[in-house]
Design a protein around this ligand. Structure first.
Ligand SMILES: C[S@@+](CC[C@H](N)C(=O)[O-])C[C@H]1O[C@@H](n2cnc3c(N)ncnc32)[C@H](O)[C@@H]1O
Length: 174
């Protein structure tokens, strides 16, 4: 996320108290989320990045880090309350080899899990600048548009509102 320090502008007293982030990278957003939510659960595929994030976040008692594929770990994180989902798991230079990373573009699997929930979650899909813009190392972005995200969500959930927030596409579901 380009401006994680602005994330508080998305929230008010009725917002979720739990945040789940997919794709930790250097834990910059994780640390901001830790100041805004009661608990933060962040999933990172890369073992070295996970280990580094564990050191970065070692003094943040409300941050829980998981090492693995978010497509597999996200469904194991069940919360009986609304959740703020920050979906940002995709290729970065440290794990460039697609073939070695099953489920390396987990967005659709993440959404498939989230839309089965019965809570008024907020979903932020980060990196609008990549939407519909396949790169050599991440061709799956080709299918990602605001419309395709909404279409996926609306197969199971009602959308209260959706809007752009800096480089993130935000969807409030009912
Ligand atoms: C754009 S970075 C995340 C940036 C971070 N959320 C922030 O705002 O600073 C993407 C991260 O997703 C991780 N990643 C890629 N595929 C993943 C997957 N299937 N599950 C979890 N993490 C994944 C990459 O290793 C990388 O660290």
């Amino acid at each position: 996320m380009k401006h994680p320090h602005l994330l508080h502008r998305l929230l008010d007293d009725s917002s979720p108290k739990v945040a789940v982030e997919t794709g930790v990278w250097k834990a910059q957003t994780t640390q901001i989320l830790a100041t805004l939510f009661r608990e933060v659960h962040s999933i990172e595929l890369s073992e070295p990045l996970y280990q580094a994030a564990a050191i970065t976040c070692k003094n943040l008692g409300n941050v829980h880090l998981y090492n693995g594929d978010s497509a597999l770990i996200l469904p194991t994180l069940e919360f009986d309350e609304p959740v703020f989902y920050f979906l940002d798991a995709h290729f970065m230079p440290l794990n460039r080899t697609k073939e070695s990373i099953p489920g390396a573009f987990p967005l659709w699997e993440e959404l498939d899990f989230i839309i089965e929930r019965s809570h008024s979650d907020i979903i932020l899909v980060d990196d609008i600048h990549c939407f519909g813009n396949p790169r050599g190392d991440a061709p799956d972005w080709d299918n990602v548009t605001r419309e395709s995200i909404l279409e996926c969500i609306q197969t199971k959930k009602s959308v209260l509102k959706s809007y752009d927030f800096h480089d993130g596409f935000v969807v409030h579901v009912e």
